[in-house]
Design a protein around this ligand. Structure first.
Ligand code: PDD
Length: 282
């Protein structure tokens, strides 16, 4: 029987969520998604560190140490015999009588975690790449927080899927700057230099993104963490997206635009190979 983690205890999945849990009513909470490869929770500590950072940014106290939570998450994984898939962890601010302000700093946060058994994407996806759409970034100005409020991301991804694309790449309305995907980071390569949006309030600083930047340093590849425009992306040599468990996925074309990234994905493939070594070896 499937077990979930509820405030530190492993319990059966069927639990009741209070209708006044602030996560349920306001999206008042934060979350993380961790990939599990062949029994190994990849970069678990980094993900939990980001969870605590997100919580701190919304003035929420998780009431556990990272080490304690790590142990409990690993127990959850073991109990459910998760070999390949995802671990989802979320913390909401807890239960209050409905009121936008939470007023009381002593509300007990609710932490849940559960596992999703899931296969990796098929190898053709990594070989051929995926189509994407470009769509307006209508999110708030604190995208560095991995908050439960995902409505703009949900709508963007739905729009992409309905159009036959794999991901929606977002651009800000003001100056047509590409920020990131609805649930991925975006990289473009032009003249052997790798470009990605700086890690500021406009994007989530992906764990995969950070690993890729480390690989670039190791391989002596030129990287620019700077803003770039929609037309820069459309004129790039290679484009790829990154995220937990999907790792690096090449972009083959942008639907609705007369562009295809048909040339060799040589740098993308090089980075994929290095990232694979990390996910498969540890
Ligand atoms: N999403 N940008 C956004 C908006 C994201 O939601 C994610 C991850 C990323 C990539 O971050 P990382 O490499 O740390 O997974 C970038 C997760 C997987 C999700 O919401 O399901």
């Amino acid at each position: 029987l499937e077990k979930i983690l509820l405030n530190g205890e492993l319990v059966n999945r069927k639990i009741a969520i209070d209708i006044e849990d602030r996560g349920y009513q306001f999206g008042d909470g934060v979350y993380e998604v961790i990939g599990v490869y062949n029994n190994i929770a990849f970069k678990l500590e980094e993900h939990l560190e980001r969870l605590f950072e997100s919580a701190e940014k919304i003035n929420m106290d998780i009431e556990l140490t990272i080490k304690q939570l790590k142990e409990k998450v690993l127990k959850l994984k073991k109990e459910n015999l998760l070999k390949d898939g995802l671990i989802y962890v979320q913390v909401t601010r807890g239960i209050t009588r409905r009121n936008h302000a939470y007023l009381d700093n002593k509300i007990k946060p609710n932490l849940i975690a559960y596992v999703l058994h899931q296969n990796r994407l098929p190898s053709e996806v990594y070989q051929n790449g995926v189509p994407v759409i470009l769509t307006k970034d209508i999110r708030w100005l604190r995208c560095d927080i991995k908050s439960l409020n995902l409505l703009p991301n949900v709508l963007a991804k739905q729009n992409a899927i309905e159009k036959g694309a794999f991901e929606a790449i977002l651009y800000r309305n003001d100056n047509i700057t590409i920020t990131e995907g609805s649930s991925t980071n975006v990289f473009v390569i032009k003249d052997k230099t790798i470009y990605t949006h700086p890690a500021n309030n406009y994007i989530l600083n992906g764990i995969t993104r950070q690993i890729i930047l480390d690989i670039c340093i190791k391989l002596n590849l030129k990287v620019q963490e700077i803003e770039f425009s929609k037309s820069f992306l459309l004129n790039a040599d290679e484009v790829f997206i990154s995220g937990t468990y999907i790792d690096i996925v090449p972009v083959s074309r942008v639907l609705g635009e007369d562009v295809e990234f048909t040339n060799q994905k040589s740098i993308t493939f090089k980075l994929m190979k290095e990232l694979n070594k990390l996910t498969m070896s540890i």
